[in-house]
Design a protein around this ligand. Sequence first.
Ligand SMILES: Cc1cc2nc3c(=O)[nH]c(=O)nc-3n(C[C@H](O)[C@H](O)[C@H](O)COP(=O)(O)OP(=O)(O)OC[C@H]3O[C@@H](n4cnc5c(N)ncnc54)[C@H](O)[C@@H]3O)c2cc1C
Length: 426
Amino acid sequence: MPQSPESFDIAIIGGGLAGLSAAVAIGADSEARVVLIDKDVGHNNLTPLTFSDVVQKFSLEDSVVNRYRGFSLHSSLGSQSIHYYSGFPLASLDYRWACYILLTRAQRSLGFTWQRGYATGLVKDREGWIISLNGSQRIRAPLLIDASGRAHFAARCLHLARPRMYSHCYGQIFSRCQITDSELAEDICLFLGGSERFGNGGGWCYPLGAGRISFGFASVTDSPRYPLKLVRQKYQRALREFAPYADILARGKPGPVERGSIPLGPVRRFVCDGLLLVGDVVGQATPWACMGVEPALVNGQTCGRVAAQAFKQRDFRARVLREYETIWAQANQRSYRQGTMLAPLQWTQGEEVWDKIAASHSRLTPEETLAHLRYNEPIRSLPILGWSMVYDRLGRIRRGVRDWVRQHLRIWQGKHVKTHARAEGS
Ligand SMILES: Cc1cc2nc3c(=O)[nH]c(=O)nc-3n(C[C@H](O)[C@H](O)[C@H](O)COP(=O)(O)OP(=O)(O)OC[C@H]3O[C@@H](n4cnc5c(N)ncnc54)[C@H](O)[C@@H]3O)c2cc1C
């Protein structure tokens, strides 16, 4: 027999940075009784890179693994740009620890409960949502925040739209690496240019201090299914061939695997009646650099504040919750729209184009590089954007026609040679 549901004011599904940031914001602004549902918190990835001012804004300094005063883009064909900053604008985090810091902060608010478990079902009646958990437990709440990341819990139950693309990452943390300043420095983090051989989504190489390095590659596809065999093969190839990191890593000791998918390309709506969606669940990671830590924290906070306001007014209709969407759109719509439009073009260009991009990056100022990484600036105008897409499409059609002609010419020549040989034989 299912138990009668336990009632709360707000239910949050997912204990990643997005869900926890929302929980902290609700606790700071209201006395709502909040339940967070997840079997554990912060197990998405191990050591993501983010911006130091974000770490400071959310008081997550204790979770910093390493700080970087330099950023470099390195293509597999050899071009490299390196920029140095006066401070340390980038940092890698211990994701799990960052989530525990937020959890502890949320637990300080009176109405907070952490329900260890997994949400398995969702229905709505006149009083709000009823969430079934594994086991026979059920939870009732008039407002639901779905922060279940790539599991897309509410989207699955309610058949809502999901992000269009997924960056499937595979990497490892190496220890006992001997890092010399001539090859790699402890305080420089690297993005590695995309390539069909290693992963069209590009890769990363972040020294984590004390001879540890996080290294990996990603493949961007339009399917949410994680292509384990493919990404592992490509990663292993990069590990053998991507100079000079291959040599440094070969001398190190391979450790924990970092893998998972980042949904990309935000959906059109983040709210419905009684429902807010935040973080990876709606594709809020940047579609140009695939960075989701800052969006999860910032949007989680906005989502939590709007949820707290809605609780105070006891009005959970979409038109009240839509303020969260408006705030997101004001800050992000332009750069995300361009990033999403260009994404199919960006992730299919070959390593030669990435080589040129790495070379051209060295002509940017350090601040421009950072703005590009973070906000997708310089943003191109819509006509130029449209033209680059048409140009790309035309290029693909031209290459398709050329390959088709070459292939048929080869078949025809093959037939011709055979007929000729037969004629000569007879
Ligand atoms: C390998 C890898 C490397 C990355 N590197 C970077 C980087 O360098 N920089 C960067 O900015 N971003 C990076 N990202 C992306 C970034 O980590 C994510 O965008 C961000 O963590 C999203 O946070 P979230 O809270 O939305 O989702 P998550 O952290 O995924 O949280 C979702 C939570 O929901 C829970 N959940 C799911 N379904 C259910 C359910 N039915 N019931 C209960 N709980 C449920 C999960 O257990 C999980 O804890 C990387 C991602 C990966 C996978």
